[in-house]
Design a protein around this ligand. Sequence first.
Ligand SMILES: [Zn+2]
Length: 267
Amino acid sequence: MSDIKLPIEVQKELKKISTVAGYLWQREWAERNAGNISMNLTSFFNKEDVLKQTKNKNYTDFDFPKGTAGYILFITGTGCYLRSLVDSIEEASCILHINDDATGYTIIWGGKREGFGPTCELISHSSIHLFNSIHNPENLAVVHTHPIELICMSHHELFNNEEELNRQIWMMCPEVRVFVPKGIHCTSYALSSTAALAEVTMEAFKTRNISLWEKHGATATAPDVMQAWDFLDVANKGAKMLMMCWAAGFKPAGLSDAQLKELEQFT
Ligand SMILES: [Zn+2]
């Protein structure tokens, strides 16, 4: 199987993905095969090249949302470890092309690992990319990971009061208010790799930067993986500081409502 020649822009995005995967592992947010990353690369490819590349290829059946026909997606592999993306991205992830009636995909780059298949969260990722093309076309990257303190917060009673959860995380320092401007969505529990999970996550991105999956993990979407990582990193920092204050036995004073309001000019 010969891989398609990757446009320089795509190579740049892959580099960022490797870097972010390393960050996720360092943070203990990507244990074992936890987490997955995808990116809508359709606009970076020349249609003719893709057509040539995929002409005689077999497509694996998959029931994609109809609007994703013709999409080209980078996506991590099922059972693959995110930490493998640091040194062997071609083994642990792939770029796939979705056929014209959105009933199957073929791998046009990567997926070199024995028995490779795209993540079982493919339905969530492809649904979010379709949602983004309609509502937030600048958002091409989706990162799902297991940020420790944010997951802990999803077990706390604050999780049932989204507005208050955001206020308490934002109040920990100005940076959190400014760099997670739309805040965190408290997304009700749904089973992994189901269409139901895709549904609640898209709902979350209508209003927020991050979808905090109850008792599971967090997902962010942004123009590239680095910016999606930044949302998760900064939000988790707020959650971590809040929990550190609790653990030290005091309730943090927090930025006042007026101070938080003042920061809105930078969001
Ligand atoms: Zn997960």
